[in-house]
Ligand binder design. Structure first.
Ligand code: ATP
Length: 510
């Protein structure tokens, strides 16, 4: 089996080769951690966004969506705490001159110990076969217990240092754990420094402190500052949510993981406003609902896990990440945070405008509490794309590259293929295409042998290939080939539209 690094390389090269993702400004040698979506990537990305939007806005009567501007008043970032505290701890290795996030170095170290536990379990599983009881094994095996103890101790120390913002302590922990630079292999580290991740720019010709604008590092603040506008104009009653999809910008310190960590990326965020005191109930609700959204894609449940935060941001009273097993291990895909009344209170304070809600049932005014769900479009793209990409060995010993995307997310829903480029087949194929193209994204392809055309569609995730042959001209339907099973069936032309609708249903989230 290919190792993780090879799989990741294959993901990156496949994404480029087939027009999903290109490095930005490639003819000028690229721009660090910025990527462009190509013709197929754009379709897949739009479909992911639509899946989220439908699940959040269309399927919930009490959630509405907005699209706020990227430029916002500079005071917003003071109020939100980003000017003072949107920092990452940065550390350099003096020999390799490579820059790292101190917290990520420690988390990666912990992940390595977790990996040792997993290996012990796999070994024991092999030895004991069906009789293997994982729970019992991890709670009794001395080696596993020793590893777990190490992890717990590091976690505790790490959380304490992060909470206290103790940069010298972080450096000492990196030294104590013997963490080396993966490039130089040395422990020759600089001190840890804080680095603000916001991009600054200037607006207009007005000089002065207030002319510095920031490219928003999250979309959430555009929702908070519109809380009253939406509540009043939409006559929204608590509990209700405001959703938004949009670009965010962060000057990330380390950006070497393709579209996992970008400097310009897209977020899908929803802020859910609730009565104070009910927020932890709603936090649990959204935790479950968001996990179900992921699982409804059909990716196995063991690819996801929750990671509850030990270090809570200053505004949060509960927080968790949904992590996904990317080709480079389990990493954050989505954050779910109980943000209390922090944001609305701060914006009230900084703007001088009261951001409150009158609850007619309780007959009182209060500042609502907020549960946030925040997920990256690009990370979701990477999760879905990397999971879908497979090399399959077929019965005849040949191999095929398959992108088994959920049909509703696939860039093209079907390919229309005349069996040969003569006898009136292309003309009939185009007629069929014209009758379907208002409902479905389709691709027409008449080049090369049919087998090669099937392979091309497999590689870009097209769920159905519709082949037009001589029998079609005699009114005997078309051959529809399903991507994953490669099964073929004959379908009357007039039933194609219904057939495709039935097989490409929107995903429902329970
Ligand atoms: P990380 O710890 O990985 O830097 P974060 O905790 O800073 O992430 P949040 O601020 O919670 O992330 O942002 C919400 C979501 O936005 C993340 O779960 C992720 O999917 C996405 N996201 C954040 N930063 C980036 C980035 N630089 N590139 C791509 N997606 C990102």
């Amino acid at each position: 089996m290919a190792n993780q690094e090879d799989i990741f390389k294959k993901v990156v090269s496949h994404a480029k080769e087939y027009g999903f993702i290109f490095p930005s400004s490639e003819i000028y040698d690229g721009l660090g951690a910025v990527y462009d979506y190509g013709q197929l990537g754009t379709e897949l990305k739009n479909n992911i966004k639509q899946y989220w939007w439908k699940a959040m806005v269309q399927y919930h009567e009490n959630i509405v969506g907005i699209d706020s501007a990227i430029f916002m008043h500079p005071k917003i970032w003071k109020a939100s705490g980003h000017v003072d505290a949107f920092n990452d701890p940065l550390i350099d290795n003096k020999d390799s001159k490579k820059r790292y996030r101190a917290d990520v170095l420690i988390e990666d170290h912990i992940a390595k110990i977790e990996d040792k536990i997993k290996k012990e379990c796999d070994k024991a599983h092999k030895r004991f076969g069906d009789a293997f009881n994982r729970e019992q094994f991890v709670s009794t095996n001395p080696r596993v217990l020793e590893h777990q103890k190490q992890i717990d101790e590091i976690h505790e120390k790490y959380a304490e240092l992060m909470n206290a913002n103790d940069l010298a302590g972080l450096k000492q922990l990196i030294l104590d754990l013997g963490i080396v630079c993966p490039i130089s292999g040395t422990r020759n580290w600089t001190d840890v420094r804080q680095f603000n991740l916001m991009f600054a720019t200037k607006m207009g010709s007005v000089e002065g402190e207030n002319d510095t604008l920031y490219l928003r590092p999250e979309t959430a603040q555009g929702i908070f500052v519109n809380f009253l506008n939406v509540q009043k104009s939409g006559r929204m009653k608590i509990p209700f949510g405001i959703a938004q999809i949009g670009k965010a910008f962060r000057n990330e310190i380390v950006a070497r993981q393709f579209i996992f960590r970008m400097r310009e990326f897209e977020q899908m965020e929803m802020q859910f406003f609730v009565r104070p005191g009910t927020e932890l109930e709603w936090f649990r609700h959204w935790k479950e609902e968001r996990l179900n959204w992921h699982l409804a894609l059909g990716i196995p449940a063991d690819k996801y896990r929750f990671h509850d935060h030990e270090k809570l941001a200053h505004y949060a009273n509960a927080a968790t990440d949904i992590e996904f097993e990317f080709p480079f291990g389990f990493k954050e895909l989505e954050g779910i945070h109980s943000r209390t009344d922090f944001d609305l209170s701060r914006h009230s304070e900084f703007s001088g405008k009261k951001l409150q809600y009158f609850d007619s049932e309780l007959n009182e005014n209060y500042t609502p509490y907020v549960i946030e769900t925040s997920i990256g479009v690009d990370r979701t793209f990477l999760a879905i794309f990397s999971h879908a990409l497979k090399e399959e060995t077929l019965e005849d010993g040949s191999t095929r590259t398959l992108l088994s995307l959920p049909p509703v997310l696939a860039p093209y829903k079907a390919a229309i293929l005349p069996l040969v480029k003569k006898d009136g087949l292309p003309e009939r194929a185009r007629e069929i295409m014209d009758s379907l193209k208002y409902d479905f994204m389709l691709q027409y392809d008449e080049k090369d042998a049919i087998g090669r055309r099937y392979r091309r569609q497999d590689a870009i995730g097209t769920p159905f290939c519709i082949t037009v042959d001589n029998d079609t001209l005699e009114g005997k339907g078309v051959t529809v080939r399903e991507r994953d099973s490669m099964k073929q069936e004959r379908i009357p032309v007039e039933k194609l539209n219904t057939y495709l609708h039935e097989h490409i249903k929107p995903i429902q989230v329970n």
